[in-house]
Design a protein around this ligand. Structure first.
Ligand code: SAM
Length: 313
């Protein structure tokens, strides 16, 4: 049941998209003084070593965060990719780069902050963070990483099912909440559980901001997920935003494709992912409209690299 470990995937292109969006939403939501409750229903271990065994085995960060930091000069890379002479780094992307840099003060990027630590960066004294992680080893690692923050009762780590556990925390006392639902989709049932969570959460607390990450893969449940989330949001009379990022073609190589060594070409792995947000902050769309083309320019590997950004309400 639990073969998924986020440590293999930390800092990949999907994390870059998810954490850029998460930061941009938090920046907006923490502008108001009123307390905010953040719930991370699938929190992972919190912090990851990119030079550790897991990350080195998969090498996924090299197509994500490490590719961004390998650019000697991001502004120049953007100018080269776009042909526009005055390209500046989009604020949402700059915030993401600054966040990762703050965990790697020696210069080289060796530590990657997962969603709990992305959120913690913007948490104010009046805010609360609830973290669910069901994997026993990751839950222990998360509890250890969070303990170092000495945040006391401000941050709770729960080794429980996040789909069910969310119900305990909404509506929150100050009626302001951001929920990140980021399952591994290791089990096919996760897709249906995400939809149930969204519909149920909107009934319990209609004004919360709900963000769902999902993989763009050729599987009917994955394909239908954003469409069904749109229906749920629309029926509830709520606005939504849908953003996707693809870094390369997701088509499996042809049987005749060979790499130089004579071995068969590898399957491309996860090449695209999406974020679907119900009740997005109004500033999110312009922030992503500036950041997503830059992410395509910096992370894109072939002509299939692209983004999409749509919203309603
Ligand atoms: N949100 C993390 C981040 O951005 O850094 C990554 C989370 S990872 C994609 C999904 C996590 O959910 C895994 O660590 C997995 O062990 C955990 N998990 C799986 N099913 C769960 C459930 N029902 N409730 C809570 N956690 C679960």
């Amino acid at each position: 049941m639990f073969s998924y470990r986020h440590a293999f995937h930390a800092g990949n292109h999907a994390d870059v998209l998810k954490h850029t969006v998460l930061l941009a939403m938090l920046k907006h939501l923490t502008e108001k003084e009123a307390p905010l409750t953040v719930v991370d229903t699938h929190a992972g271990a919190g912090l990851y070593r990119l030079d550790g065994d897991y990350a080195s085995t998969s090498g996924e960060a090299s197509e994500g965060v490490l590719r961004l930091f390998l650019q000697p000069n991001i502004t120049q890379a953007l100018v080269k990719a776009s042909g526009v002479a005055t390209e500046t780094i989009a604020p949402a992307l700059q915030d993401y780069l600054d966040l990762v840099r703050s965990f790697n003060t020696s210069g080289q990027v060796k530590v990657y902050p997962g969603s709990p630590f992305v959120v913690h960066q913007l948490l104010r004294a009046q805010d609360k963070l609830k973290l669910f992680e069901l994997h026993p080893a990751d839950s222990r690692a998360l509890a250890g990483n969070i303990a170092q923050l000495e945040a006391g009762r401000q941050i709770a780590v729960l080794a429980e099912d996040g789909f069910e556990g969310l119900k305990k925390f909404i509506p929150p006392p100050a009626r302001r909440a951001l929920v990140l639902c980021d399952p591994s989709y290791e089990m096919k049932t996760d897709y249906a559980r995400v939809l149930t969570l969204a519909a149920d959460a909107l009934k319990r607390f209609a004004t919360g901001t709900y963000a769902v990450w999902y993989p763009v893969i050729p599987r009917p449940e994955a394909h239908d997920l954003p469409r069904r989330l749109k229906t749920i949001a629309t029926k509830a009379g709520k606005g939504w935003l849908h953003a996707t990022l693809a870094i390369k073609s997701g088509k499996p190589p042809l049987a005749t494709d060979k790499v130089n060594s004579g071995e068969k070409a590898q399957r491309p792995g996860l090449t695209a992912s999406g974020m679907f947000i119900v009740n997005p902050p109004f500033s999110l769309k312009p922030a992503l409209a500036a950041a997503l083309p830059q992410l395509v320019a910096l992370l894109g590997q072939d002509s299939s690299a692209r983004f999409s950004l749509e919203s309603a309400g």
